[in-house]
Design a protein around this ligand. Structure first.
Ligand SMILES: [Fe+2]
Length: 135
């Protein structure tokens, strides 16, 4: 599987959010680079827990910022975030029970979800926040 390459098309125009997105992508890229993980499934579960942590932190920052400016599409942002959290929680359990590698469907989900979410859903608020001079 190819790594996610960050370029300017991923930028939502707010450095804090971009940095959080980059951190999450780097965790996913770490798993793409080493899906069989030399260190066994406990570490894969550990990485997924780390991802859960950073994703939750990011969703809170993003939702708070969008709420502050009354972003009209916030409910559907929240809905997508919630669905991701639920799915990842299930996958964390699954990864804990897998032998030595992160199951490929989980990796494919993580890559697909974040690329799509950032490029489509999050990109929708880019002009909205830019028009309110959020930096
Ligand atoms: Fe989002």
């Amino acid at each position: 599987m190819d790594k996610i390459i960050w370029d300017n098309s991923f930028s939502v125009g707010v450095p804090t959010l971009d940095k959080q997105h980059q951190k999450i992508i780097s965790i996913i890229n770490q798993l793409i680079a080493d899906p069989t993980s030399d260190f066994g499934s406990v570490s894969v579960a550990k990485i997924l827990n780390e991802l859960t942590h950073f994703a939750s932190e990011h969703f809170i920052t993003e939702e708070d910022l969008l709420a502050k400016f009354d972003y009209p599409d916030l409910p559907s942002q929240r809905k997508e975030h919630k669905a991701f959290r639920t799915r990842l929680a299930g996958y964390c359990m699954e990864a804990m029970h897998s032998n030595s590698a992160i199951p490929l469907h989980i990796l494919a989900f993580l890559k697909g979800w974040w690329v799509d979410h950032i490029l489509v859903k999050d990109m929708d608020y880019r002009p909205f926040l830019a028009s309110r001079d959020v930096k």
